[in-house]
Design a binder for this molecule. Structure first.
Ligand code: IPM
Ligand code: MN
Length: 365
């Protein structure tokens, strides 16, 4: 009997459904080749769920996620839902609650620019002669995003907003372990980001990461203040290996890294909970880019971020290393063949649409 993968599929809004559909085709092809089958539970999320049933994360969707071993996520959001109260909008109403509910504290955002695609990067190409390959490890369930108290109300006759930045040492330790372990599988260099010159959180962050480093003597650790890091990423992008940051800093820097890599359409992400006995993770896997409403429904979106997200899912949630690596290699091969969606197209390469790109990746498997 072949392994059956129990996956909740939440395609969402914008380009989500179209890139999801073709990446499921790639997964099926990988299943044929590597001997697994898919047990998919497709559910509404985000704006699509608001339109259908009035809330971004309906209980039925949450229940389907609870019953699954992984969540394959598309993207949520779009201008038609921006008038709603913030808490009810697709992003805050669905994505943040999912992260918190499942304790997905470790967000891995690989930012990779293949050497053949450096033209798509806005940084001077001589700064990234061999492309760009940095992993951002972002803490995802703490800090300013979730700290209490959090409110906006009138105090002493004036509107006042409060967000609370709070980290327990144990929260910093567990994400630091994830980052050091990841660095071990790469170039063994870790840059930890903080604002220790101003924030108490920064002091605790730096001290804790330094302590955790003692368990990883083979990994070279350095620390940067977040403002300096934003600058150094532009000045010497190729010098970074793994970057570790708390929630908000990681949010900001991972967008910067994505931009340096060229196209958001290429970048996957994994949001993982604690490792389960046996070494696997429950996780949510989604493209780093958003729902791109401006190009939705036209069949031109780059499906690679979604395809690579499903590869991360095979690796982290199902332990299917070989199949995951095969998908990643098939993506590289497809790029090497000169196929390009509009976001990465350049003179002399072949412009293709969403389904052609995915079909080529499947064929290269
Ligand atoms: C991200 C997004 C989310 C975040 C938004 C949509 C809530 O920007 O995943 O980086 O801020 O975490
Ligand atoms: Mn973001």
């Amino acid at each position: 009997m072949s392994q059956s993968l129990n996956i909740a599929v939440l395609a969402g809004d914008g380009i989500g459904p179209e890139v999801m559909a073709v990446s499921l085709d790639v997964l099926r092809r990988a299943g044929d080749k590597f001997g697994f089958s898919l047990h998919l539970n497709e559910q509404l999320v985000g704006g699509a769920a608001i339109d259908a049933v009035g809330q971004a994360l309906p209980p039925s969707t949450l229940a389907a996620c609870e019953a699954a071993d992984a969540i394959l996520f598309g993207s949520v959001g779009g201008p038609q839902w921006e008038h709603l109260p913030p808490q009810e909008q697709p992003e805050r109403g669905a994505l943040l609650p999912l992260r918190k509910h499942f304790g997905l504290f470790a967000n891995l955002r690989p930012s990779v620019c293949f050497p053949s695609l450096t033209h798509a990067s806005p940084v001077k190409n001589e700064l990234i002669p061999h492309g760009f390959d940095v992993l951002c490890v972002r803490e995802l369930t703490g800090g300013l995003y979730f700290g209490q108290p959090k409110f906006r109300r009138e105090i002493d006759g004036e509107m006042t907003a409060v967000d609370t930045m709070i980290y327990k040492k144990s929260e910093i330790e567990r994400i630091a372990h994830v980052a050091f372990a990841a660095a071990r599988t790469r170039d063994k260099r870790l840059t930890s980001i903080d604002k220790a010159n101003v924030l108490e959180n920064g002091l605790l962050w730096r001290a804790t990461v330094t302590e955790v480093a003692q368990s990883y003597p083979d990994v070279v650790l350095d620390h940067l203040y977040v403002d300096n890091a934003a600058m150094q990423l532009i000045r010497r992008p190729a010098s970074f290996d793994v970057v570790l940051a708390e929630n908000l800093f990681g949010d900001i820097l991972s967008d910067e890294m994505a931009m340096i890599a060229g196209s958001l359409g290429m970048l996957p992400s994994a949001s993982l909970g604690a490792q389960k006995p046996g070494g696997l993770y429950f996780g949510l896997f989604e493209p780093s880019g958003g729902s791109a409403p401006d190009i939705a429904g036209r069949g031109i979106a780059n499906p690679i971020a979604q395809i690579l997200s499903s590869a991360l899912m095979l690796r982290f949630s199902f332990g299917l290393q070989e199949a995951a690596a095969a998908i990643e290699e098939a993506v590289k091969a497809t790029i090497a063949q000169g196929l390009r969606t509009g976001d990465i197209w350049s003179e002399g390469t072949q412009k293709v649409g969403t389904s052609e790109m995915a079909a080529a990746v499947a064929a290269n498997l």
